[in-house]
Design a protein around this ligand. Structure first.
Ligand code: NAD
Length: 431
């Protein structure tokens, strides 16, 4: 640490840039490039914000200096609730889009995916502390259900107009190290919005009333990302014929069994599911962290972290897959409306409700899991990854244009996707 400070003093580098937030993105970029001692080329590179103009980017987050483009792919072959759907996916990871296309193709003959939602209810929590009589306070809060409903609904008349609003009230007593807390859950239908801002505003409006009714002190007033009243469900059948026989099916079942009894495996199993889920969530401008937090908390709801999917065999010996997970996504609010690309991705899918979007995302998560389990149970995951991985390695060693494909193909045919070999191939290609 001391060495690093000395280095900063010697090089006159500092992370203090007073007033940076008041500058335009262009001015900020100039300052950061100077502070980091970077080149004119970097300035030009970051100055190009692609299809997200810098004024829009600047209105979305703080201290904007540029934008980061990542590939937007489209998954084909999906049939969801009887509709043919093209699904945009934003991801930096190779093989994710291809995996969904392959999995979806293999369940077309059985009708594709069927989806449903448990509802579009979000939970906001209000934490009350400093009460010696938590049971008494709980009842005092419950008695005010009608008042709470009125205040919540007054907070968001637009949501009310769209058929949403307060739905129910629950009050829990928790015992923490700092004493008992009485936690009020406001259960709110947020319709086509993810609903974080909507329910947070309601919790803030209710908190002083709860303090007044009970004589306690309210602290936290915020939504829960464990959106277990907003579960998306998707299921599909893969026939033995389509997947290549009983051995493949049994390998998938055994892989699922492993994930469901071992958190070390389950973490990777669910990471694969989230490869698909997060890519669609991001492409549509929704909150990836909110969905991820909800998914993992839900996977651990029994006390042991397990699989988000289930795999079984039906009476005909075919493979049944199903997924159930919280999916708090919206078509309104956040970046879903402000990011121009996010709006277009919704048009590509043709979704009209947040429920439809959540169903599509759940289907993609299930498809992703099928593809990963099938690859793991048969050829291994690396074979499918190789072609794209080889391209990445080619780019990393400096291949440009046609060289990228040529180097990648040579690596794959050698069966050795390594940077040292890629460098040798590139050198020999360039003569
Ligand atoms: P928002 O407040 O921008 O928009 C929602 C509002 O739009 C509703 O309250 C309603 O008034 C209006 N509306 C118009 N038409 C509607 C319709 N058909 N259905 C429902 N509402 C309609 O956004 P939000 O969805 O409340 O919040 C989402 C944002 O909050 C995201 O950007 C997220 O990242 C952020 N956020 C998340 C967390 C968290 O997850 N912990 C916390 C804070 C903020």
């Amino acid at each position: 640490m001391l060495e690093y400070r000395r280095y900063l003093i010697m090089t006159k580098k500092t992370s203090r840039i007073p007033g940076l937030h008041k500058l335009s993105p262009k001015e900020r970029l100039q300052q950061v490039v100077e502070a980091a001692g970077l080149s004119e080329e970097v300035l030009r590179h970051l100055g190009n914000t692609g299809n997200l103009d810098s004024a829009t980017a600047d209105s979305m987050i703080e201290n904007v200096i540029g934008t980061l483009n990542i590939p937007l792919g489209v998954a084909t072959n999906l049939v969801i609730d009887g509709e043919e759907v093209l699904v945009p996916m934003a991801t930096e990871e190779s093989s994710v889009v291809a995996a969904v296309c392959n999995a979806a193709r293999q369940c077309r003959s059985t009708g594709g995916f069927t989806t449903a939602m448990s509802g579009s209810l979000m939970i906001a929590q209000v934490q009350l502390t400093g009460v010696r009589n938590p049971e008494f306070a709980r009842l005092q809060i419950l008695e005010h259900k009608a008042d709470i409903q009125a205040v919540c609904n007054e907070t968001d008349p637009v949501l009310l107009k769209h058929g949403g609003g307060f739905r129910d009230l629950e009050v829990r007593i928790l015992h923490g190290r700092t004493g008992p807390m009485v936690v009020t859950h406001l259960i709110v239908d947020t319709r086509d919005a993810m609903g974080a801002n909507a329910v947070n505003s309601m919790a803030e409006a209710i908190a002083p009333l709860i303090a007044e009714w009970t004589g306690g002190k309210t602290y936290l007033r915020i939504l829960s990302n464990l959106a277990d009243r907003r579960l998306a469900r998707a299921r599909a059948t893969w026939s033995l014929e389509d997947i290549g026989g009983a051995d493949v099916r049994d390998g998938i079942l055994s892989a699922f069994d492993f994930a469901d009894i071992d958190p070390y495996r389950a973490a990777t199993h669910n990471k694969g599911i989230m490869n698909g889920v997060s890519a669609v969530v991001l492409a549509t401008g929704n909150d990836t962290r909110a969905v991820e937090a909800g998914a993992h908390a839900y996977a651990a709801r029994s006390g042991q972290y397990g699989s988000l999917t289930q795999w079984e065999v039906d009476a005909d010996g075919n493979l049944n897959g199903s997924i159930e997970m919280p999916l708090a996504v919206g078509l309104i609010g956040g970046a879903t409306r402000s990011h121009p690309t996010a709006r277009i991705t919704l048009d590509i899918m043709g979704v009209e409700t947040a429920d439809q979007l959540a169903g599509i995302i759940a289907a993609v998560g299930l498809a992703q899991n099928f593809a990963a389990l099938k690859a793991l149970a048969t050829t291994g995951i690396q074979k499918g990854h190789m072609a794209l991985h080889a391209k990445n390695i080619a780019v990393m060693v400096g291949a440009k244009g046609d060289e990228i494909d040529n180097v990648a193909q040579a690596l794959v045919s050698l069966g050795k996707v390594r940077m040292d070999i890629a460098e040798d191939i590139l050198k020999s290609l360039r003569g």
